[in-house]
Design a protein around this ligand. Sequence first.
Ligand SMILES: [Zn+2]
Length: 605
Amino acid sequence: MRGRIPDQFIDDLLARVDIVDVIERRVPLKKAGREWTARCPFHDERSPSFYVSPVKQFFHCFGCGAHGSAIKFLMDYERLEFQDAVEELAQSVGLKVPYEGGAERPREDKTDLYTLLDAAAAFYEAELPKHAEAQAYCKRRGLDAETIKRFRIGWAPGGWDGVLKKLGTTPQRAKLLDEAGMVSSNERGKYDRFRERLMFPILDRRGRVIAFGGRILPSANPAREAHEAGAPAATSPKKGDGPKYLNSPETPLFHKGRELFALWQVKQANTKLDKLLVVEGYMDVIALHQAGLPIAVATLGTATTHDHAELLFRAAPDVYFCFDGDRAGRSAAWRALESVLPRLRDGRQAYFLFLPEGEDPDTLVRKEGKDGFEQRLKQAMPLSDYFFEELAHDVNMASLDGRARLAERARPLLARLPDGAFRDLMVQELSKRTGVHAAAVGGAAAAPAARAAPRAVAKRSLVRSVITLLLAQPKLAELAAPPYPFAALDKPGIGLLIELLEIARARPGLTTATLLEHFADRAEAPALHKLAVVEFPGDGDDALRTEFLGGLQRLAEESNQQRLLGIQDKIRREGLAALSAEEKAEYQALALKKKNQDLARQSRT
Ligand SMILES: [Zn+2]
């Protein structure tokens, strides 16, 4: 995908945007010398180790190692794909992204998909007022016009081809509908996936429709009610039949394990968010929003995944999981706990709220109002309490055996927690409850990880030094020109150095970040970023220039020496006569060069 956007455009784009600007709009920055600094948005910390360099046009965190260009920042912060990050940046400076290779243009297809799904949402919205039963249902559930509009709630009419007829007007559009998951098919042909359902559009993090959830209306028909209670689905697709909730399938735009219903509306309603509430159903989310708690989201017919957990904690430090008090609710809660454990870095907290049986957030918030529900949130169980309570529920803590079993169960789970104060506390707590020594339980408390000294500069090889200088100041590349006298040097990194020189020479004015962006997909990227962070404190341009030229000179000498030794070796093995005429000439030239270099070095020292 990346290859479809020309490198030249990425260069131009990064030259147009200012990374300080891009980041400042999302994370407040403070000036610190030549750089800007903030508390890192990618890991929790008390003192800032996140730096943004206006000169190098990149960001770097000395705490967690996050780093990269403005594009990379958007990808990490907004969780965008590469293309979307590029699109977003391009839009902010009024550039249009060109795509290579005309015939197949995935991005344009995607744009079409967004447009089509948006049109489908508008179609359903327009259908809602025409359908009395759906209207009555909304009224019964207390949904006001404002809420219906904000969530773009609609109605999928009965029949088989409402959407197909309205939007699938050309073969191309019909194919897109299929791709967008709006169409089902059986032996008799294609038909609308959603029929006689209340429709909830699912929006992505940029507010675009990417999928739908559809709910059948509860009816007086007892067969239908039995169905809602989990009776097996009918085999033939009768209209309006099927599961209570039906979601779009996985499509190029929609991956249910990575999306949260209403996260967009939550972000629209809150500029600063300190807690999020995860509930199970769309109607629960909507009722909470309407009641004045626009902090509710839902997973989309799936258990909470690691991706969800990360998404949730990126949005807010405290996440409340709300479940039914029944057995199904309890087991869903435990699965949620397991998925958040690896994401519980310091500063993030998870809580569990179990509702009385027979109640859900929708019914409760309508009964108790915003204040009542907030009161319940205050009484939610912190993850640590829930964790130990649940693990110990069938264990006799009075017996040694029972305590050993608890320790046994907890150990692998605690091992999934990231290093940090929270993990240490959990390990201590386990040791307190079981009497098993902390070191035997998890050991985290025993050995705090040695923090790498920030900006410690390791001794670098010559090639690495030259690359480091070039990364600090890409314009130094102008001082070198092919044929590079060190090109034949057999040493790790030479090929990379030449590649860097070539890119920087071809694009004058290139910044560090832009240069690095050319290597974003490569195995060398992390190593290059490490070198790019190195500072040359107090050194002016002249000093860097001299050091760079000196480095290139020594590389040339090493290359020379290596070739000379190679020829000498051949002479030793095969005799002088074995050399070709060219090799002899080269040998003489090299020997002369070496003599001159040695003389020059003597006069320098
Ligand atoms: Zn960080």
